[in-house]
Design a protein around this ligand. Structure first.
Ligand code: 13P
Length: 255
């Protein structure tokens, strides 16, 4: 995607959620690496569960595929049973970390405040944060989409600077489109992505707004990815279900 002098290389990211043992992850990753060896000018990321990071890191090290994590804790280290720090993710080979996915907000009590702490921790350690935002069906019906997004972006990025957020990835994932087979329409997606880019411009200026990749997530499949990727403010996709099989994820990557 081209916007003035700044070129945003598309990013197609797979969020494997709580799927795949290490052995299953190893098999899918090996297949995927073979299937995408011809891909140029697209960045590819997979975020397996923590228990598969190490095996996937070994496989992806010299490949076209980058590694991401699905979550992190904001503290450097400490007595936080069950949590994983940014430094641990970096040492496991991660380049990206997904922050504030709606499933974490919905089921694990994440708030804009904890999301903000996590973005600070990620950027301090050199991880590229993928900040997830999006409205529920009820919020859309009540015409609250843009006020919800304002709050998620403004609070989620509070206290951060241009330098800390360069690079930044934002994922617009309307909650009603996740895992439902009901993707947002191209018009809805473009309207929100442009809104988000303008909001980032207001907060951090034109350069960061143009450099930030805004991904769409929510029922992205091989048969709807190309119309989504053709939209001017869509710079990639965050894919759940269709990233679990190497062949369907590869088709999406070959949009
Ligand atoms: P689906 O692609 O399964 O709708 O999931 C989207 C998602 O939540 C990616 O983070």
């Amino acid at each position: 995607m081209k916007d003035g002098a700044i070129v945003r290389v598309p990013l197609i990211a797979g969020n494997w959620k709580m799927f795949k043992t290490a052995t299953e992850a190893e098999e899918t990753t090996s297949q995927l690496i073979r299937l995408v060896s011809d891909v140029e000018n697209v960045e590819i990321m997979i975020a397996p569960p923590f228990t598969a990071l190490s095996i996937v890191a070994g496989l992806t090290k010299d490949s076209r595929v980058d590694l991401g994590a699905q979550n992190l804790h904001w503290a450097k280290e400490g007595a936080f049973t069950g949590e994983i720090s940014a430094a641990m993710l970096v040492s496991a080979g991660c380049k990206y970390v997904i922050v504030g996915h709606s499933e974490r907000r919905q089921y694990f009590g994440e708030t804009d405040h904890t999301v903000n702490q996590k973005i600070h921790a990620a950027s301090l350690s050199g991880l590229v944060p993928i900040l997830c935002v999006g409205e529920t069906e009820m919020q859309r019906d009540e015409k609250k989409t843009f006020s919800v997004l304002d709050k998620q972006i403004e609070n989620g990025l509070e206290g951060l600077t241009f330098d800390a957020l360069h690079p930044l990835v934002v994922a617009y994932e309307p909650v009603w489109a996740i895992g439902t087979g009901k993707s947002a329409t191209p018009d809805q997606v473009q309207e929100v992505h442009l809104y988000l880019r303008n909001l980032i411009e207001k907060m951090f200026g034109n350069i960061l707004a143009k450099a930030t990749r805004i991904l769409y997530g929510g029922s992205v499949k091989p048969d709807n990815v190309s119309e989504l990727m053709a939209l001017p403010d869509v710079d990639g996709a965050l894919v759940g279900g269709a990233s679990l099989q190497a062949d369907s994820f590869s088709k999406i990557i070959h949009f």
